[in-house]
Each structure stands twice: as structure tokens, then as C-alpha cells.
Ligand binder design. Structure first.
Ligand SMILES: NC(=O)c1ccc[n+]([C@@H]2O[C@H](COP(=O)([O-])OP(=O)(O)OC[C@H]3O[C@@H](n4cnc5c(N)ncnc54)[C@H](O)[C@@H]3O)[C@@H](O)[C@H]2O)c1
Length: 356
């Protein structure tokens, strides 16, 4: 890559953003020039491992002074949309926005539309789409190893918006990004439990439920069932290992493929006619390039108009629409046909209507 001009880059929000800063620092494509966090000491710690970029505690001041090409937004979700639009005002070329892209569906549409109008490359952090495990699963499915797929099941701790967005995006990815036809969803909230911030019923600045269940039907005939949050009961997982974070099972006419949740070994097991039982599948996890480095290298090619990014904003919008449709289904107690007509955040509406 020598001879290519590096993209002047900055990261705002140094929690998850610290990973991105480290990956950009290692990449040949990016020149990490600044970090921003409300807590200066948080940014200072990250700067020590990333070439001591300039530190800011005010986002707009950083944008005004640093003249960056690329911004990575890894602040709490409620800030994603306004920070994306603000970066566009300062003429950035590329935005990597953490998932979920925002809260209200209307805002998500605005983010994608404005980026398109201004020629800004928008990527959303559904990085699981690009990891070796899910790529391997997608290849196996496409090769027809389990026949015709008819059902996908996903299980995930956390709330449906913050963590379930990965499950929905992975299911869409494994299902060849088929359009969804309808969704049916239900949620419950238990205000006896608080998240790490100590606030009940809130996470990353927005309302959350404690547990959600949903069914999604896709136009290619595949159905998905997803359970998130405390519907994955504490103790149950420990007793029956495998029911973990982003645990995904694919049922086909000739067998079953199962992605055992994060950290499990083997990552994938399969039951197929050939094996006559469950067997593990070897995955090359040491191919020399970490998943995130690949995500960021491709981000640079996307900004330079060389190749569309698998995590592009338009695609992420489809995932966000499904997540919001599940909440809307819970709010209205009915099946929701896509495309979604509700632009607001249904959980917030449910709070206002005192029905959550
Ligand atoms: N892609 C993934 O797998 C993944 C993993 C974790 C988190 N996330 C997403 O990343 C986002 C942040 O999550 P996190 O776990 O890093 O949260 P966090 O609370 O650990 O970190 C957020 C950081 O943003 C800073 N911040 C808050 N408001 C700010 C502002 N106005 N200006 C500058 N800095 C500000 C906070 O001080 C904090 O250091 C969330 O949207 C979350 O969903 C994605």
C-alpha cells in the first residue's frame, strides 16, 4: 500500500472505540490523528497505544480543528445520528458508525440519505458479517451442505436493539440478505434490574426491554425466530452450555448447522447426512488478518470508491428496520408487514403510553 495517501482519521467515544483506534493505528490506510471522549483520561489511555494522537473532549471542536477525512463514532447509541450529521457538515469522506446505527427509524433513513447525497461512505459496525465463522457458515449454506434452509434460530443476551441487531444482521447475512415480508414480536421489561450504569430500563441513553422474542418471515420462504435478553434465563446457559451470545442454528432439509455462541469451541457444529451425527467444523482463525483490520481496510477502499463495503449503511438500514418492526409489533400487538411505516422508536412510544 505504500504510496497511497493515508486517510486522516479520528475516533469519538473511547470504549468500543478504543478497538477501532488500535486497528486504524495498525492499518496502512489510516492516519489516526485524534481521539475524543468526554472523559479525557479515557482517551489518554487509548492514545498511549495508538501513537499519541491529539486528544479532545468536545466533538465539534475536534471536527473544526482537525480537518479529518474519516470519523469513527463509538459513543452511546442515542448520539450516533446527530454525530453522523455533524461530521457531514465538516465534509468528512467516510463515517464508521457503531451499531445500532441509531434509535428512531426515521433518523436512520436520514443518516443513509444524507450520506448518499453528500457522497459520504457510511459503514455501520455489524462486523460479524465479515468474520470467519459467519463467512464459513454462509459458504456452507450456499454450497447446499444442509439442503434447502427453512428456519433460522438466534439466541442472544442483552437487549434487542443493542445486541439483537447483531443477531438480526447475521440472520439476514446467512439468508442471502433476502427482503423480509413480515415480523411478529413481543417484549417485556422488568424494572427490578439495572444495567451497568445503574439505570433501570435504559441502556446507551435509550429505553430497553429486558426480554424480546420475534418471528421474521422472509420473501425467500425462510423463517427466523430470535430470543434476546432475560428470555435466556440465568443458570440455564451454565447448565446447558452452547446457549450463549449470538448462538445461531440453521435448519435445512438435509441437516442442521449450529454456530455455538461466542467463545465456544468448536465454533460451528453440523449435523448432515454424510456425517450421520454432529461434528465440528475447522475454521482458519489465524489467517493473519484480524477481522477488524479487514473491516477497516475495506472501509478505506469504500471511501476511495474502489469497492462497496459489506457493512454499508444501506444494508444496515434493512437490519434496523427489522429491529424497529419487532418493537412496533409488540407495541401494536399485531403482525407488521414490511416496509415499516413507523419512523419513531416504538419502545419510547410504549413508555409514553405506559404500556412497557
Ligand atoms: N460492534 C460491536 O460489536 C460493539 C460492541 C460494543 C459496543 N458497541 C456499540 O458502541 C457504542 C458505545 O458502546 P461502549 O460499550 O463503547 O460504551 P461505553 O460507555 O463503554 O463507551 C462510550 C464512550 O463514549 C464517551 N462519550 C459519551 N458521550 C460522549 C460525547 N458526547 N462526546 C465524546 N465522548 C462521549 C464516554 O465517555 C465513553 O468513554 C454503543 O452504540 C454500542 O452499541 C458495538
Amino acid at each position: 500500500m505504500s504510496g497511497r495517501k493515508k486517510l486522516r482519521s479520528a475516533v469519538v467515544g473511547c470504549g468500543m472505540g478504543s478497538n477501532h483506534a488500535e486497528n486504524m493505528f495498525k492499518s496502512n490506510e489510516f492516519d489516526l490523528v485524534s481521539l475524543c471522549d468526554l472523559k479525557r483520561e479515557t482517551a489518554v489511555k487509548v492514545a498511549a497505544n495508538t501513537g499519541e494522537p491529539e486528544i479532545f473532549t468536545e466533538y465539534e471542536k475536534m471536527l473544526a480543528e482537525m480537518d479529518v477525512d474519516v470519523i469513527v463514532i463509538a459513543t452511546p447509541t442515542l448520539l450516533h445520528a446527530s454525530m453522523t450529521l455533524k461530521a457531514i457538515d465538516y465534509n468528512v469522506k467516510g463515517i464508521y458508525c457503531e451499531k445500532p446505527m441509531t434509535v428512531d427509524f426515521g433518523e436512520a433513513k436520514r443518516m443513509v440519505k444524507t450520506c448518499k447525497e453528500k457522497g459520504v461512505a457510511l459503514v455501520v459496525g455489524h462486523q460479524r458479517r465479515m468474520n470467519t465463522t459467519f463467512q464459513t457458515m454462509r459458504d456452507l449454506i450456499e454450497d447446499g451442505i444442509i439442503g434447502e434452509v427453512y428456519l433460522m434460530r438466534g439466541l442472544c443476551a442483552g437487549d434487542f436493539l443493542s445486541d439483537g441487531t447483531h443477531t438480526v444482521d447475521t440472520i439476514r447475512h446467512l439468508n442471502g440478505d433476502s427482503e423480509a415480508e413480515f415480523v411478529l414480536g413481543q417484549v417485556h421489561r422488568d424494572l427490578d434490574t439495572a444495567d451497568k450504569s445503574g439505570e433501570t430500563g435504559k441502556r446507551f441513553g435509550h429505553a430497553v426491554e429486558s426480554g424480546a422474542m420475534s418471528v421474521m418471515h422472509f420473501v425467500n420462504g425462510v423463517r427466523a425466530e430470535i430470543f434476546t435478553g432475560d428470555l435466556r434465563v440465568q443458570g440455564y446457559n451454565e447448565k446447558y452450555p452452547g446457549w450463549a451470545y449470538q448462538d445461531i442454528e440453521i435448519l435445512g432439509t438435509e441437516g442442521r448447522l449450529w454456530r455455538n455462541g461466542d467463545g465456544a469451541d468448536p465454533q460451528i457444529t453440523i449435523w448432515d447426512k454424510q456425517a450421520g451425527g454432529w461434528r465440528g467444523i475447522e475454521i482458519d482463525k489465524n489467517n493473519g488478518v484480524s477481522d477488524f483490520v479487514n473491516v477497516f481496510d475495506q472501509f478505506a477502499y469504500f471511501i476511495k470508491n474502489e469497492k462497496e463495503h459489506p457493512l454499508n449503511g444501506k444494508n444496515a438500514l434493512k437490519t434496523h428496520e427489522l429491529v424497529m418492526a419487532v418493537y412496533e409489533s409488540a407495541r401494536l400487538n399485531k403482525k407488521i408487514e414490511l416496509p415499516l411505516q413507523q419512523d419513531h422508536f416504538p419502545l419510547k412510544l410504549m413508555e409514553e403510553e405506559e404500556r412497557l
